[in-house]
Design a binder for this molecule. Structure first.
Ligand SMILES: NC(=O)c1ccc[n+]([C@@H]2O[C@H](COP(=O)([O-])OP(=O)(O)OC[C@H]3O[C@@H](n4cnc5c(N)ncnc54)[C@H](O)[C@@H]3O)[C@@H](O)[C@H]2O)c1
Length: 430
């Protein structure tokens, strides 16, 4: 589907038809971005400071024709005082508590959403109706039906859209992708992942995550938070997720919130899950805010294949090819003398890796301005929400749940390479 021409804004810019591609493109000097939720943990640090302002400071995004597009943010939020403080601190000229006014203003062409998950769908619908390009944090919605509706609305309106897939941009996962693409593993058999750390209960030490994360009624829970990540990591590196079995647990039933008062934790703080992937790969991922770290990094994946194995984290990547695999023999009577850690070889960092959120922002801006490819859209976001929803259902029912292919209502399903899964459009059945 071709996207409508982006409207010319009050910044120096021009829009028109690219004579070489015959596509409607924006030949812009400055692209206006509505940043909603800029005061939040993710909105402020990763998106505003490390991405949008960093891109503005470097003079914008380089396009394929060698020109650059600059960006200019307008901060949107509920507290005028907080917005003013942020704007003053970072030299941002525009801020408002009036989202509708920002959406009605042609100077702002991208709507970016970093709100709490429960506030997202309503804001995204307004932004789609206003014809803005959409960029949003995950999960895109609290339910799969809503997530799919957003993807369908964006497609019908012809607005470009992108969803944060930050983990794929991590140096460790980029190195892993290179190993996969080079055929290092032979046939991949399994993936084991550990994500997590101890999130303080909030009584004797303040919690390092917002309290809504622990309340289901406010969009919290580690499954809704992490399974959208696991979905795009698994489908982009290994293959489509065909089924899920998950066991959720609320290990800490009472926590203390930002205001110092105790509240019941109604959402799970840990999830133990098995995912079957296309091609017969089994992925087993633990996600927990109630585990103490005995790993090199806060997330770590081990991938085992017939020809080699790898252990990757956010940054590091160690490999063990089959020719260097030791031959352990089980003997409980002898203390272990072999140092298994020594059998692994560190993959060097041969590339310069920038902040992943920033790199994905640059990709998305190129998608908006010059139609560069973007697979990380609201439909991909809906697949992530589907996995979370079905993971919760699996935990509630004790069943393994098959995941139908996700397609836009009315569209023809694209068959997965070796999957015979039924297509789901508006609703998921299990
Ligand atoms: N990509 C990642 O790695 C990652 C990591 C953490 C969180 N997230 C996602 O980012 C989003 C924000 O999470 P966070 O940890 O930054 O949360 P946060 O609580 O720190 O920030 C939430 C923001 O939403 C605003 N807000 C809260 N309630 C609102 C309401 N009712 N209406 C309008 N605005 C409201 C807050 O003022 C704040 O700006 C969530 O959807 C979360 O799932 C993504």
């Amino acid at each position: 589907m071709s996207c409508p021409k982006l409207r010319v804004n009050a910044f120096p810019a021009s829009a028109g038809r690219d004579p070489s591609t015959k596509k409607d493109t924006l030949v812009a000097q400055t692209l206006g971005i509505i940043v909603n939720g800029a005061s939040g943990r993710m909105g402020y640090r990763q998106h505003l400071v490390r991405s949008i302002l960093a891109i503005r400071d470097q003079g914008g995004v380089l396009l394929s024709d060698g020109s650059r597009v600059q960006i200019e943010p307008i901060l949107v939020g509920r507290s005028h005082a907080k917005l003013k403080e942020l704007a003053d601190k970072h030299g941002i000229a525009h801020y408002t508590t009036d989202l509708d006014a920002a959406l009605a203003d042609d100077r702002w062409q991208i709507y970016a959403d970093f709100l709490v998950t429960s506030a997202r769908v309503g804001a995204l619908k307004k932004a789609i109706a206003a014809g803005k390009a959409i960029y949003t944090e995950k999960p895109t919605a609290e339910t799969f039906d809503e997530a799919l509706e957003l993807a369908a609305l964006a497609a019908a309106a012809g607005v470009k859209n992108g969803v944060v897939h930050d983990k794929l941009y991590l140096p460790g996962l980029q190195k892993l992708k290179r190993l996969i693409d080079s055929g290092f593993f032979g046939r991949i058999l399994s993936v084991r992942g550990e994500f997590g750390y101890w999130v303080f209960e909030g009584d004797w030490q303040p919690a390092q995550r917002p309290s809504w994360n622990y309340r289901a009624e406010d969009g919290g829970g580690i499954i809704v938070d992490m399974f959208p990540h696991w979905n795009y990591v698994l489908e982009n590196l290994f293959g489509r997720v065909e089924s899920v079995y998950a066991q959720a647990a609320t290990h800490i039933p009472v926590r203390v919130g930002e205001d110092g008062s105790a509240y019941p934790a109604t959402a799970e703080d840990a999830a133990y899950a098995v995912f079957q992937l296309e091609g017969g790969i089994v992925a087993q991922l633990n996600s927990s805010w109630t585990v103490r770290v005995n790993r090199d990094e806060l997330v770590e994946f081990q991938v085992d294949g017939t020809h080699g194995s790898a252990v990757v984290g956010l940054f590091s990547c160690k490999i063990q090819p089959r020719n260097a695999t030791p031959k352990p023999v089980w003997n409980p009577d002898l203390a272990e003398e072999h140092d298994y850690a020594q059998d692994w070889l560190e993959v060097p960092t041969n590339d310069v890796f920038e902040n992943g959120f920033k790199t994905q922002w640059e990709d998305f801006i190129r998608h908006v301005v010059e139609d560069a490819p973007n697979e990380f859209d609201l439909l991909a976001g809906a697949r992530g929400v589907q996995l979370a929803e079905q993971g919760l259902l699996s935990s509630a029912t004790g069943r393994r749940i098959d995941l139908p292919l996700v397609t836009l209502p009315g569209s023809t399903p694209t068959p997965a390479p070796d999957a015979a899964a039924p297509a789901a459009s508006a609703a998921v059945s299990s």
